[in-house]
Write a protein that binds this ligand. Structure first.
Ligand SMILES: [Zn+2]
Length: 369
């Protein structure tokens, strides 16, 4: 498998189009046509991580945060980013980042955090709008099933906990093949009327091309009548955060202990609340999610777990919602474990490791006495 093929698999799960405009996810350093020898997963790639990759025989470092975030205008070794890039190139190690696109999908960063905290039946906290299309196309009944199956296999027809969804209505298609045509039915210069089905599929924008290519390959017509229609509907498989319920309600003080224990947080800050307050519904957002507090409140959560919250966020919390800041890195770390595990389950031809040299950039000082 090449690095490019592996990148394609990653992007099939977390399409790059879901990343924020300021982000820089994707393959940042390295060539797509190089065979992949192994993957080293981490939160942040630096020189030590690149050297660790070399020592482990891995030629791809897969990080959550992009090493190159802003444009690099020179590589002179003046900054840690420049040195990491230079080292990666010189040692033949590719750098790939899966950042806000992995923050924005079902099964991504926030879902790993939710799972680590014992939250069940998690769903996207802020489903995204504007990511779904309605695809309408016309097909003779003889080929409808083939078209449907091709569309499904390329990612069409999913909605909530359902797949293989579409709507079909019968009708009559009319056309006249002109000179130069090679019609599947009818003959040149003669108007044809054919029984057809109008098929309608929900398709995520990220799957549009794949679905169209797959279906047009099996559709019998030389020219296929079809329309892509943009929808405002929310897509429940993409968006920030996750929300679900604890297996059994627990007091805030007990849940704080779960957070500290399961995330390895040395310092947890939370908004002033009665520590015996009972919690059952939990919203989370890995990384810096304090800007989504109102979405957490709308989701019906009793508590919202994220990182990087500012003083005034704690001060301005809605009465019925507790804010818990477990730390930025701590909230994302469970994802790195799950990411590596998902890759291991999918591929057996190369090794997948989790970095052991990566250092947490934040230390905490505990006052003595
Ligand atoms: Zn982050």
């Amino acid at each position: 498998m090449t690095i490019g093929e592996f990148a394609h698999w990653l992007e099939g799960r977390a399409p790059l189009r879901l990343q924020e405009s300021y982000d820089n996810s994707g393959l940042l350093v390295g060539r797509r046509d190089r065979p992949l020898t192994g993957v080293l997963c981490c939160l942040d790639a630096d020189e030590a991580v690149v050297l660790e990759a070399v020592s482990r025989g891995c030629n791809l470092v897969l990080s959550h945060h992009p090493v190159i975030f802003k444009g690099l205008k020179q590589i002179t070794g003046a900054t840690a980013v420049e040195r990491t890039v230079e080292l990666a190139i010189s040692r033949g190690v590719a750098l790939y980042a899966g950042h806000t696109n992995w923050d924005s999908i079902q099964g991504g960063v926030s879902f790993s955090l939710a799972k680590r905290l014992g939250i069940r039946d998690a769903k996207i906290m802020m489903p995204r709008s504007g990511e779904l299309l309605l695809w309408v196309l016309y097909v003779p009944a003889s080929h409808a099933e083939l078209v449907e199956q091709s569309a499904y296999s390329a990612g069409a027809g999913r909605s909530g906990a359902y797949d293989e969804c579409h709507f079909a209505s019968p009708g009559t298609g009319t056309f006249r093949p002109l000179k130069g045509s090679n019609p599947y039915a009818g003959e040149q210069g003669v108007q044809s009327r054919t029984s057809e089905l109008r098929l309608e599929f929900l398709v995520p924008k990220a799957r549009k091309e794949a679905v169209q290519i797959a279906v047009l390959q099996v559709h019998p017509y030389e020219v296929v009548a079809h329309s892509w229609i943009a929808l405002e509907n929310q897509w429940d498989e993409a968006g920030y955060g996750a929300v679900g319920n604890l297996e059994k309600p627990m007091e805030l003080k007990e849940f704080l202990q779960v957070c500290a224990q399961n995330l390895g947080s040395d310092c947890i800050r939370y908004s002033r609340s009665d520590s015996s307050r009972i919690l059952s519904r939990v919203a989370v957002c890995g990384g810096s999610g304090a800007e989504f507090i109102s979405a957490a409140a709308v989701s019906g959560a009793d508590v919202y777990v994220t990182g990087d919250a500012k003083y005034h966020a704690f001060q301005d919390m809605p009465k019925d919602l507790v804010l818990i800041d477990v730390g930025h890195g701590e909230s994302e770390r469970p994802f790195i474990d799950d990411w590596a595990e998902a890759i291991r389950l999918e591929f057996t031809t190369f090794a997948v490791h989790i970095s052991t040299t990566e250092n947490h950039p934040v230390s905490t000082y505990k006052r003595h006495g």
